[in-house]
Design a protein around this ligand. Structure first.
Ligand code: KIV
Ligand code: NA
Length: 263
């Protein structure tokens, strides 16, 4: 088993081959994702909502993230594992270094942080010291209180320019991946074409280099599933089948379709 690295993902972007990301939280799911050939596993702080019953990601702690990164790592020795940094654990570059170190030592290969240009110094500092960074723009759930709800971002020109410029700045700073969440299709395409780092979309249309969905949504465990998600278990016999269907539909460009996107 040759592990997936950032080089694998860069090559896939260059060759126009979509890669698959799943946000998941435990060893058996991580093992199934490995069997399906899922390239990237995100141990998302969404676990606060999907597993722990909070109504946002804000209460999630470093200890909870570490516990779940360790579990995912034990179940999978092939995919690239990305660990979310919890709310306010990267408020300064120094805090980011201390806390990212712990997530890497728990078994992640990369950390993910939410925000734009203000994170340029953090991305550089972590990168210089050997910690790859995935940036996250658009609907960044840790800012839900600032947004006034879980709302699509980048709908007006001013917001769209801000997100575009943030993406360019983070790319230039050396970010290795970018998650774009809940932004209009055209903006996601424009960013994906403009940056050198591979772009993973969720609610961002089909033109990004990759897609990510949360395992709970893929398996129909979410009571009010978001518009951009899809329950793949409906068309499958079992959980591995649902993962295979998700992966196949992303690779072939069937998912996401217009019903999942924001115009
Ligand atoms: O926490 C998470 O699962 C995420 C993805 C939805 C991108 O950040
Ligand atoms: Na997250």
């Amino acid at each position: 088993t040759k592990p997936i690295t950032i080089n694998t993902l860069r090559k896939m972007k260059a060759e126009g081959e979509k890669f698959i990301t799943v946000a998941l939280y435990d060893a058996p799911m991580a093992a199934m994702a490995q069997k399906t050939g899922v390239e990237v596993l995100l141990v998302g702080d969404s676990l606060g909502m999907t597993v722990l019953g909070y109504d946002s990601t804000i209460p999630v702690t470093m200890e909870q993230m570490i516990y779940h990164v360790e579990a995912v790592r034990r179940g999978n020795n092939k995919s690239l594992i990305m660990g979310d940094m919890p709310f306010m654990t990267y408020a300064t570059p120094e805090q980011a270094m201390t806390n990212a170190t712990r997530i890497m030592q728990a078994g992640a290969h990369m950390v993910k942080i939410e925000g734009g240009e203000w994170l340029v110094d953090t991305v550089k500092m972590l990168g210089d010291r050997g910690i790859p960074v995935c940036a996250h723009l658009g609907l960044t759930p840790q800012s839900v209180n600032k947004f006034g709800g879980f709302r699509v971002q980048g709908r007006n020109d001013e917001q769209a320019e801000q997100i575009f410029n943030d993406a360019l700045a983070l790319d230039k700073a050396g970010a290795d991946l970018l998650v774009l969440e809940c932004v209009p299709v055209a903006l996601a395409k424009r960013i994906t074409d403009a940056v050198s780092m591979p772009v993973i979309g969720i609610g961002a249309g089909r033109d990004t280099d990759a897609q990510v969905l949360v395992i709970n949504d893929i398996l129909g465990l979410t009571e009010q599933p978001p518009k951009f998600s899809k329950n793949f278990l409906v068309e499958a016999e079992d959980i591995p089948g649902a993962l295979r269907k998700y992966a196949a539909d992303v690779k072939s460009g069937i998912f996401p379709s217009d019903e999942h996107n924001f115009g």
